[in-house]
Every structure is written in structure tokens, then in C-alpha cells.
Design a protein around this ligand. Structure first.
Ligand code: MN
Length: 462
């Protein structure tokens, strides 16, 4: 294949020189004899001097066809345009890459399907950004290691009913710390209730220890993943290490913290450390991370960032997809089906907003699951599912993503009553039951739903 490079400016020489090293039939055309002279050392490269790189005669003499390739390199917009136009007058079929320094150089060029634009600025910018963030991650990793080295054991604490993202993050953190089940156990104050999550624990061998506040004394440090200290309000816990993607409700003074709300999962955040730190990602870890990211982002459909996609793309090919299917193929337990039935009997739709009431629930984990489900009901762009759990009113919110910001709406509606916030399409409000009843002067808990609706509709209107 013949490659012709029209070298308008010397500045591109180092860029193309690396490229042509592995091409076999290259002709470099330049209007600067000094440039061509500098290429004489490379015997295999053919060169040609041409005073006017936009001239019709030049392109006619090159005998181009669709099997050739042309790279046009200019640092000036006007010459780039005239060179490309003349080339296209002579030959419409040859594939062309136009190389400029920055995007400004492409102004006024409407590339046909077989012309592509490439700016050095874009390449460098993208590459540098990713290098800086890799360095950032490695520096943080070093700090993490320093903390880690100074202690005997670390407890990895996750939420009360751990979900796949928390389990995968726990496993990833243990790998980052270079520890095992004994010196860095994953623990919860609650228990794993969902059958998918129990499957994940069994198939990927991620045991979760059930602990009490008493047990905490046995550990030199506490790391929290996918959760932050305010979650454990009653226990007044202090964390030494925090990795999370949930919004910060109260700042915490952990020795090490990495909280990125732009990420769709905590698995994503830990995944970047594994990748940038060149850790070996085993099939087991890759399967866990893939499932962690998938389940928190509804298979990359909800509240994701470029980082989520990058990490997912790295771990997915390493994962055991058969095992993933086995984990996901979980059934609903009978008591869980009850919550769905109850929700469907108690729905109200107003302004494409679906409200469902679950009453008192045994596990608060069922509330977001019902909310996910309700969003599939025709005509609903929003789902607000409310239940009472542990003397708190919990309202789980989902939306289709192209409407108002869920976190902001929930904050506006319930911010003064408890903790309220979240992402673009998923959010949550947790409000103490006693204060809620007092504030709205409610006697029966069945009247809570009415007030939830009123608050939401008022906030949505303002
Ligand atoms: Mn999560």
C-alpha cells in the first residue's frame, strides 16, 4: 500500500517519522528542501520536492487510487483547506487523514466519509490527561500502602445488606492492600439477603463476616467501601480509609479517602487503581468487578462516566461470563414478591411520576429494587417508592435520565427533613420517622405517602 505524506510544516516530522518506520511504501512530499534533506539518512523513504503543495499538477502526478493513503500535515488552516480541496478535485476515492496542530486548523473543512481529521492537540491532551490521572492514582496508592504497612490488620466494612458493588470493591481493596481473608476480612453489621448476592459470595468466594461493634476493637484500621461513616450513625464509627461513589452527606476525616460521585460504582474507582498500579487482575476479581459495575449502573445504562466505561472495558474480557450468568440467574424470594405485589396495589401516577407505598419493610434493600421495577411501567418517567424501615422513612427515586436531576429534586423536596440527594437518575431520601410525623402532623404511617407526593410535586413545580 502506497502512503503519501504532504508535509507542510516541519513540526509534524517527528510525529510522522515514527509512523512511517513500519510502512513499506512511503513518499514524503515537502516544499522545504531542508526537511527533505534531513530525511536522506532514511534510505527506504522516498522524498519529493514540490513548491506548491496545493497544486493540481502535484496530485495528478501522484497517480492516486482508493488503495493509496494520503496524510496531509499543515499547521495553517487556509493551506489545509486549499490542499484538501485540490486533492478532492483530482481524486474523490483516496482515503485521507488531515493532520493539524489543533482543532482550529480544521475550521471550514467538512470532511467527506473517506477523510478523517486528527489533531496533535487532541491526542496529547487525551493522553496527558490519562497519564496525569494514572500518576495521581499511583501516588494515592503509595499513601494507601504506607497506611497499610503500619498496621497489623484492616477490617473492610460494607453496608448492612451488602450489594455486588460493595462485595467487588471489598475484594479489590484487599488485592490493593496485598492482604488475605485473615488480615483484611470483609464484614457487615447486617447480612446478605438477596439471592444474587449470596450466589456471588459463594461462586466467587467472597465471605462476608457478620460483626458487632465489639468486634471492631480487634482491628488496627477500618476501611469503608461503597459506604461512608455517616451511614453507621448509631455506631459513631470512624473510618481510616474510605472508597465510595455516593454523595457526601457529612464530611469525614479519614486518613485516606477517595470519593468520586461521577463514577457509577465504587468498583470503577478501585478498578482504576488496579489498572494504573499494574496489578494482576485475576478472573475471579474481574468477574466480581464486572458484576459490581453492571449491577450499580444497570449494565452501563445509568449515571456512568468515561471512567466506568474504561474500567469495564478492561475487566470485562477477563471475566468468567458463565459464572456471571450463574450469579445473575437469581430468583425472587416469596417475601420479596410480596413487596412488589403491595407496591403495585398502592401506586398513584401524577405528571408521569409514579408513587408506590410499601409500608413497613423488613429489609430496606427492597425499596430501591421496587423503584427499579416501577420505572418499567408504561407512562412513568419517575418512580418514587417509599417504605418505613428502622424508624426511618426511606424514599427511593429513579427516573429515565432525560428529565430533571433526581438528586437535586430529592434534595429540594426532602433536604430539610433528613439526608436527601443522589445522582441524575437515582436518588434517595432517608428521614427520621418521628420528626417526619411530627412535621406533617401525621397520626398513621399510612398517611406518609400523601405527604411524600405533595413534597415531590411541589418541588418539581418550583
Ligand atoms: Mn455502589
Amino acid at each position: 500500500m502506497k502512503t503519501i505524506i504532504l508535509l507542510g510544516d516541519d513540526i509534524f516530522l517527528p510525529v510522522v517519522r515514527y509512523y512511517i518506520a513500519d510502512q513499506n511504501d512511503v513518499l514524503i512530499v515537502s516544499s522545504q528542501s531542508a526537511t527533505l534533506y534531513s530525511l536522506h539518512a532514511f534510505k527506504e523513504i522516498k522524498t519529493r520536492y514540490c513548491k506548491n503543495l496545493s497544486s493540481r499538477e502535484l496530485f495528478e502526478s501522484l497517480a492516486l487510487d482508493e488503495t493509496s493513503r494520503v496524510i496531509i500535515c499543515f499547521a495553517h488552516n487556509d493551506i489545509l483547506i486549499s490542499c484538501h480541496e485540490t486533492l478532492r478535485e483530482v481524486n474523490k476515492d483516496v482515503p485521507v487523514v488531515i493532520m493539524g496542530l489543533n482543532r482550529q486548523d480544521f475550521k471550514g473543512i467538512a470532511p467527506p466519509h473517506n477523510t478523517a481529521l486528527f489533531s496533535v492537540e487532541h491526542l496529547v491532551h487525551k493522553q496527558l490527561e490519562s497519564l496525569w490521572s494514572a500518576i495521581d492514582n499511583r501516588s494515592r496508592l503509595k499513601r494507601l500502602r504506607d497506611i497499610n504497612e503500619a498496621c497489623e490488620n484492616i477490617l473492610i466494612l460494607i453496608q448492612h445488606d451488602p450489594d455486588p458493588d460493595a462485595l467487588a470493591s471489598g475484594l479489590a481493596l484487599r488485592v490493593l492492600l496485598g492482604r488475605n481473608k485473615q488480615t483484611a476480612p470483609i464484614a457487615t453489621f447486617g447480612e446478605v439477603t438477596r439471592s444474587e448476592n449470596q450466589n456471588m459470595i459463594r461462586l466467587l468466594d467472597i465471605p462476608v463476616m457478620q460483626i458487632t461493634a465489639e468486634d471492631l476493637k480487634k482491628y488496627s484500621k477500618i476501611a469503608m467501601v461503597d459506604v461512608q461513616p455517616p451511614y453507621f450513625k448509631n455506631q459513631a464509627l470512624k473510618a481510616d480509609i474510605v472508597f465510595d461513589h455516593h454523595p457526601v452527606s457529612e464530611p469525614c476525616d479519614a486518613e485516606f479517602k477517595d470519593i468520586r460521585t461521577a463514577c457509577g460504582s465504587t468498583s470503577t474507582i478501585l478498578g482504576t487503581y488496579l489498572i494504573d498500579g499494574n496489578f494482576k487482575i485475576t478472573q475471579r476479581l474481574a468477574t466480581a468487578l464486572t458484576y459490581g459495575i453492571k449491577s450499580d449502573t444497570m449494565s452501563l445504562e445509568r449515571d456512568i462516566s468515561d471512567t466506568d466505561i474504561e474500567v469495564f472495558t478492561s475487566v470485562y474480557p477477563l471475566a468468567n461470563l458463565n459464572m456471571l450468568r450463574q450469579i445473575e440467574n437469581a430468583m425472587l424470594a416469596y417475601h420479596e414478591i410480596g413487596a412488589f405485589v403491595k407496591a403495585l396495589k398502592n401506586t398513584t401516577v401524577a405528571d408521569k411520576m409514579l408513587f408506590a407505598w410499601l409500608g413497613t419493610v423488613v429489609n430496606d434493600d427492597i425499596i430501591p429494587r421496587v423503584a427499579d421495577f416501577c420505572l418499567q411501567i408504561v407512562g412513568s418517567e419517575w418512580a418514587f417508592v417509599t417504605g418505613v424501615h428502622d424508624r426511618k422513612v426511606v424514599c427511593s427515586v429513579r427516573n429515565v435520565g432525560y428529565v430533571k436531576h433526581a438528586g437535586e429534586l430529592v434534595q429540594k423536596a426532602f433536604g430539610s427533613l433528613g439526608s436527601a440527594g443522589g445522582h441524575r437518575s437515582m436518588a434517595k431520601a432517608v428521614m427520621p420517622l418521628t420528626q417526619f410525623k411530627k412535621y406533617f402532623n401525621i397520626k398513621r404511617i399510612a398517611d406518609i405517602e400523601k405527604e411524600i407526593m405533595r413534597c415531590v410535586l411541589t418541588a418539581a413545580d418550583s
